[in-house]
Design a protein around this ligand. Structure first.
Ligand code: ATP
Ligand code: MG
Length: 450
């Protein structure tokens, strides 16, 4: 997996930033995720530099080269330099002091060697330094861990998670994004420190969780991290090991959920909806006389459980209301006929994107069931094709497609108000059911008859 360790490809702006610090007489290394991703042959994200230069000196060195600098975190010794439009974070070597809030060091101590700086980083895979001439510097053993696909805390895991509980969620997120396993002592410490997650700001928790749900390896990561994540999303505990006792399912509710997520495309709306879609199953479960499990109304209960979680996480309301819509409708039977699809679109407020997402969710859900249910994927494909045909033919399925508007209804002598909307909805229903053509004269006549 690892490329030639001594020559990672480094973009020109990174070389220029290193050069500026070195010309001023300081030491500098590329560190963190960029090195990790480059070693894995993955597209690398932001570039981080660690340097012996105090931040004021680093800022002076960059300014001397005509580079723009932003003081993005000077309390922690961090500035951001812009090189050819690329922002590069530059942080003075530091060791963190004590932590009392499970998130931020009370003090930071600037140190003068890179080894001490690497020790304060979260995981060995993120504690590797690289320099184009000096090659890799890996005192924490990050390179072998990257090769083995392992997430391992730097130093004593319990102490590190006790200092900053966000690291627990970072481990879950990295596991989902990179497909890495979490080393066992690190995982044990994550589980025992997980209650500290309640102290993490909701926006940070949400950001890490969203990275987690959208990871390429979310199945493995959810199966491995469910106990930890249950500190944030309590119902995961009840889902784990919950036997569904139905011929449609061969997995417990948690594993079914993990497969459903893995089998949906990686965008937040559908991945969150997949996470929540069956959360209500343990609470609605009962067995009939034949011992078969049923979950009537589980979608509604899933919504009831998901809503407070999303609220607590401060999820944007537009996203959470779309998630609720998908969870509510994930089990709706929709015939792949133009009429039925248009009715479903109308129920979704004419939202084509939501309908597509519902198809994605249905496909993922089907693939996570017993193999004999996988043919339901074809049904979701048919729904997608039926929608294509409706769009192609420009058929009406929402009020904005209707050949009459509110003004036309008012012109018929209806007082402005809710009655206008109701009549338009009736007209739309009639058009979708093919009782009235979507034409102005026909629709005006229809409304006049109501
Ligand atoms: P990515 O950007 O792909 O999410 P990354 O590893 O670059 O991953 P960043 O959040 O950009 O993560 O942080 C850069 C580096 O800073 C990390 O690689 C790690 O060395 C260090 N770091 C970040 N957050 C923490 C933390 N909470 N505790 C300790 N070290 C951290
Ligand atoms: Mg990064």
């Amino acid at each position: 997996m690892c490329r030639d360790h001594t020559s990672l490809s480094l973009r020109a702006p990174a070389r220029q930033a290193l050069g500026a610090l070195e010309n001023a007489g300081y030491e500098a290394w590329i560190v963190g995720g960029f090195v990790r991703d480059a070693l894995m042959g993955r597209a690398s994200g932001d570039i981080d530099i660690a340097t012996s230069a105090p931040w004021q000196e680093a800022a002076r060195a960059f300014a001397a080269q005509g580079l723009r600098v932003h003081e993005t975190g000077i309390a922690h010794g961090t500035i951001t330099v812009i090189v050819s439009d690329e922002p590069i974070e530059v942080t003075t070597y530091r060791a963190d002091g004590t932590y009392t809030d499970s998130r931020h060091p009370d003090t930071v101590e600037f140190v003068n060697d890179i080894a001490a700086d690497l020790k304060r980083r979260d995981f060995t895979m993120n504690a590797v330094a690289y320099h184009p001439r000096r090659g890799l510097f890996d005192p924490e053993g990050g390179v072998p861990d990257i090769e083995a696909g392992l997430i391992r805390a730097v130093g004593d895991p319990s102490r590190r998670f006790g200092e900053d509980a966000l690291r627990i969620l970072r481990a879950c997120r990295f596991s989902s994004q990179l497909g890495f396993a979490i080393e066992s002592a690190t995982m044990r410490a994550m589980e025992s420190c997980a209650p500290l997650l309640s102290r993490i700001a909701s926006e940070r928790t949400l950001k890490e969780l969203q990275g987690f749900v959208c990871g390429e390896h979310v199945y493995d990561a959810l199966m491995a991290c469910a106990d930890v994540l249950a500190s944030v999303i309590g119902e995961l505990k009840a889902m784990k090991g919950f036997d569904q006792k139905t011929p449609y399912h061969i997995y417990d509710v948690l594993e079914h959920t993990a497969y459903a997520m893995q089998n949906t495309p990686a965008y937040p709306l559908v991945r969150w909806a997949a996470l929540f879609h069956d959360m209500g199953k343990p609470r609605t479960f009962f067995t009939d006389d034949a011992g078969i499990g049923h979950f009537y109304g589980h979608a509604t209960v899933s919504v009831e459980l998901a809503e407070p979680v999303m609220k607590r996480l401060g999820m944007p309301s537009a996203l959470s209301s779309d998630i609720i819509e998908l969870v509510t409708r994930h089990d709706d039977d929709i015939e792949p006929t133009p009429k039925a699809v248009k009715r479903a679109l109308r129920r979704l407020g004419g939202r084509v994107d939501l309908f597509r997402a519902l198809c994605d969710l249905k496909r993922g859900d089907a693939l996570a069931q017993a193999p004999h249910c996988h043919n339901r994927v074809a049904l979701a494909d048919e729904l997608d094709r039926a929608l294509d045909a409706i769009l192609e033919a420009e058929e009406a399925f929402s009020l904005k497609d209707l050949a009459i508007k509110g003004g036309d209804v008012i012109a018929l002598g209806i007082a402005p108000g809710p009655e206008v909307g109701r009549l338009l909805e009736e007209a739309l229903e009639a058009v979708i059911d093919e009782r009235v053509p979507n034409e102005r004269a026909a629709l005006t006549a229809f409304v006049r008859m109501r």
